[in-house]
Design a protein around this ligand. Structure first.
Ligand SMILES: [Cu+2]
Length: 831
């Protein structure tokens, strides 16, 4: 059984019918570009793709774009030559890598299968990874949690002693376990209560590099992650092996990180130097890009959400493994245990040979670098060339900082820091790919798959050259035309070989056995503005469990229609990632999907039953409800879940939680501000204005409403107004000629807000006294990295303009002019 039998498979067949074709290269974003050689687009820097042009004279529109990396599952070998170059490159790479690895000695276990017991004591601790001492959670006194090691065929017996004052749980990531051992609180078990012991017991039926982590709240962010290694019983490689657990650390309480993301504060961007303000845009010649972006209602673009204080490899920023000598081959069993960051992996001592992913062997391939998605694992082999200390460099995708593993002893050989990202180049590409409705525009005939089109490539100076500074000459082309020519890009180039999913080839056939097929599609959806992440614009609680049957083959087509990449993880099953390797498609439990990518995964529903979580593994995306539950039909009841109502409520509580936010201005003319409670769909907010002078009066507007649509630009609301003025002011007419009385006025209101291009909020409302009001306003225009502009005007002839200079996350200097209260200056507190 393979993909050929599937309907709606993303395949291209037109080219096969074209008898005589010429090959040229073009840019997916700029089809007007044509070259005879592969390379980069001179306009945006993106890798050019192959085009077949019918050679019939006079035919100008007979061009069909065809990605040379199109999935051709089930069509092996002959795909009219479109793929041979890349296929051959991978096969050549595999050959070379095997040669380099040589014959690796193997061992087989001499002890028979046994029960291996671990006792895990979960307790609060204090760490100083960043600048301050902060609370963390340690297991057996350590972060990461201890590496648990087993041999295939053993039985795991794990006692979890919860010494915390809160609930916990442990999920065995990538493991095939009985459903009630899967460790998802409120889904496969009830949470492990504070100060109690819980026993996990399951057979070890697979091998490879995996990891385990808490699935409760945000505990994974503060220490509850560790390596889970299962050795092969026979023929395990007998070479030095180092488990490498990568993680992030923030001094900020993770609940506050979560709240800040939901409030869309740009404090993290300020810390990262990624605000993409108008001043920066003008300085680097990207003013038009910035305007285009805001016209399409996009905030600053970013590749990762959170600012971290440091990054850790096995709990240390600088980790040394001096025991290795010249000629040694070392196997690194790498798990990205980070909560939200992807990491680049680079090595100073030569090529990195990738030998396994998500615990499954792949044919070895040699690369210069790879990116590891949140919660993915990779096994790589590296060689120590001389008696020196070689850096294995781990860089978060936003390239703000790094962590290092030093292999060997002696003179230090650095891997070379990764240059900072060119955000405006990324922003430009994003706005070219996005339509006015916030949807990614899918290019006709181009299905971007398997990390081939790394949208972020345009942001990599090592590939596309340094950011150009705007010269005095305003006529300079700002589109990046000065990019070094002759420099090939990204994946599969002779310069820098970057791993992509098409290079992963399982040594054995992975086609699923015959069975009925179930096919489904999901669009990965969400928006940065309110930090809402969903599948098909629905959260876990807003959708039903998806029923599957034992014995079925399930095919899932995923299209990423959001601006961020998402590592989608399936519990308890490995899936095939359909790629160029046909019947040898790799088996994984995580698939990283870039913006605009469409990928297909297939798995055999081979569990006896149960509920299996399928979710984005970015912790804060999962917490906002980005996932689904696959549920086997007619499963026997899970004895762990005794009260399904309580369990369902518990499962949904994270994504439904309301988060508070406040802005409090204290200025010389009075106080104005806003308090807000909001969750994924709803908002309750109250705005106030209190004048210091009696004739300024006091007023408040309270709204409750629901955000509508994927991008949540529409917000209908109901509310209540209160205006009080001690002095009796003259009544004024509004622009509609209606009387606008400010004296002791109470009114119910109904209306809606809508986000217009340039991120301007339009509001129309009607109050119970029959008065209409129309208002336009914009908050937080990023003038410079820390300066924000606000303005507002309405048909009651009220207007306001203000500036705010952000000093810290919670503190700004501010000044504004207001038609009611006049000039004022002071401070603004933001929470
Ligand atoms: Cu996600």
């Amino acid at each position: 059984m393979n993909g050929q039998s599937g309907k709606n498979m993303p395949m291209q067949k037109q080219a096969a019918a074209t008898p005589s074709t010429a090959v040229t290269y073009t840019c997916p974003m700029h089809p007007e570009i044509h070259t005879s050689e592969p390379g980069n687009c001179p306009k945006c820097g993106m890798k050019l793709v192959k085009v077949t042009t019918k050679t019939t004279p006079g035919e100008h529109h007979g061009m069909e774009m065809q990605m040379e990396t199109e999935t051709k599952q089930g069509i092996t070998g002959d795909m009219n030559g479109m793929h041979t170059k890349d296929d051959n490159a991978t096969m050549e790479n595999i050959k070379k890598a095997k040669l380099q690895l040589g014959n690796i000695k193997t061992v087989s276990s001499k002890t028979p299968p046994k029960t291996v017991r671990y006792d895990l004591y979960v307790a609060d601790t204090t760490v100083t990874y960043g600048k301050k001492s902060k609370r963390a959670i340690a297991v057996n006194g350590q972060i990461p949690m201890p590496t648990l090691t087993f041999t295939e065929g053993d039985t795991a017996l794990i006692y979890v002693h919860n010494n915390l004052d809160e609930e916990t749980s442990l999920h065995w990531h990538g493991l095939f376990v009985p459903n009630q051992m899967d460790g998802v609180p409120f889904l496969t078990q009830m949470p492990i209560k504070p100060h109690s012991t819980y026993i996990y017991k399951f057979p070890i039926v697979q091998h490879g590099t995996h990891w385990y982590h808490s699935h409760t709240k945000l505990q994974e962010q503060i220490g509850m992650y560790g390596a889970f290694i299962m050795n092969k019983r026979a023929d395990e490689w007998d070479i030095p092996t180092v488990p490498v657990v990568i993680s992030e650390w923030t001094d900020m309480n993770p609940e506050e990180v979560h709240r800040s993301l939901r409030m869309a504060t740009d404090w993290f961007a300020i810390q990262k130097g990624a605000t993409q303000s108008y001043a920066e845009a003008i300085k680097t010649g990207h003013f038009k890009t910035k305007v285009n972006n805001e016209w399409k209602r996009m905030n600053a673009m970013d590749v990762s959400d959170v600012y971290y204080d440091t990054f850790l490899i096995n709990g240390k920023n600088q980790n040394e493994q001096p025991q290795f000598r010249a000629g040694d081959k070392v196997r690194l069993r790498i798990a990205n245990a980070g909560a939200s960051d992807y990491f680049w992996l680079k090595y100073a001592g030569g090529k990195i040979t990738v030998v396994a992913t998500d615990g499954n062997d792949v044919e070895p391939v040699e690369v210069d670098r790879l990116i590891i998605a949140v919660s993915e694992t990779y096994d790589v082999m590296v060689t120590i060339p001389e008696n020196k200390s070689y850096e294995f460099l781990v860089t978060p995708e936003d390239r703000t900082k790094s962590a290092s593993l030093w292999l060997g002893k002696g003179e230090k050989v650095p891997a070379g820091a990764m240059p900072r990202l060119k955000y405006f180049a990324g922003m430009k590409m994003m706005n070219e790919m996005m339509d006015m409705n916030g949807n990614m525009i899918e290019m006709e005939g181009m299905k971007m798959q398997n990390q081939i089109m790394d949208m972020n490539t345009v942001m990599y100076p090592e590939i596309t050259g340094e950011e150009l500074q705007e010269s005095a000459n305003k006529k300079t082309d700002t589109s990046g035309a000065k990019m070094p020519t002759g420099m090939d890009m990204g994946n599969g180039t002779p310069d820098i070989v970057t791993l992509n999913y098409n290079m992963l080839r399982d040594p054995k056939k992975t086609t699923l056995s015959k069975g009925p097929w179930k096919e489904m599609k999901f669009e990965l959806t969400g928006n940065m503005n309110r930090y809402v992440w969903t599948l098909d614009n629905k959260t876990v609680s807003e959708s039903d469990k998806i029923l599957i049957k034992k014995g079925e083959n399930v095919r899932i087509i995923l299209f990423n229609n959001s601006m961020m990449r998402h590592p989608m993880h399936l519990h308890g099953h490995d899936f095939r990632v359909l790629n160029d390797q046909g019947e040898h498609a790799p088996m994984k439990n995580i698939i990283d999907i870039m913006p605009m990518e469409r990928d297909t995964i297939e798995f055999a529903a081979n569990e006896p039953g149960g509920d299996w979580f399928f979710h984005c593994h970015i912790l804060y995306h999962m917490m906002s409800g980005m996932g689904r539950v696959f549920s086997y039909e007619n499963s026997p009841a899970n004895p762990e879940i005794t009260n399904t109502k309580v369990a369902t409520r518990g499962l949904n509580s994270d994504e439904k939680a309301f988060h508070p936010m406040a802005t409090i201005g204290l200025e010389s003319n009075g106080s104005d501000g806003e308090f807000m409670l909001s969750n994924t769909r709803y908002r309750l907010s109250t705005e106030w204005r209190i004048g210091l002078k009696a004739h300024h009066g006091n007023e408040s507007e309270t709204y409750f409403g629901k955000y509508i649509g994927k991008m949540q630009w529409l917000f209908p609301f109901i509310g209540f107004d209160y205006h009080y003025n001690g002095m009796s002011n003259e009544s004024e007419n509004n622009l509609f000629g209606q009387i606008s009385n400010q004296n002791n006025r109470k009114a119910a209101v109904i209306g809606f807000q809508y986000i217009l291009p340039m991120l301007v909020t339009a509001e129309a409302r009607l109050d119970s006294k029959g008065k209409l009001r129309f208002q336009l306003g914009r908050e937080d225009v990023p003038v410079t990295s820390r300066l924000r502009l606000n303005f507002m005007g309405n048909t009651d002839k009220e207007y306001m303009a203000g500036l705010r200079y952000i000093v810290t996350k919670y503190f700004s200097f501010s000044t504004h002019y207001d038609s009611d209260m006049g000039y004022g200056g002071g401070i603004t507190i933001t929470y």
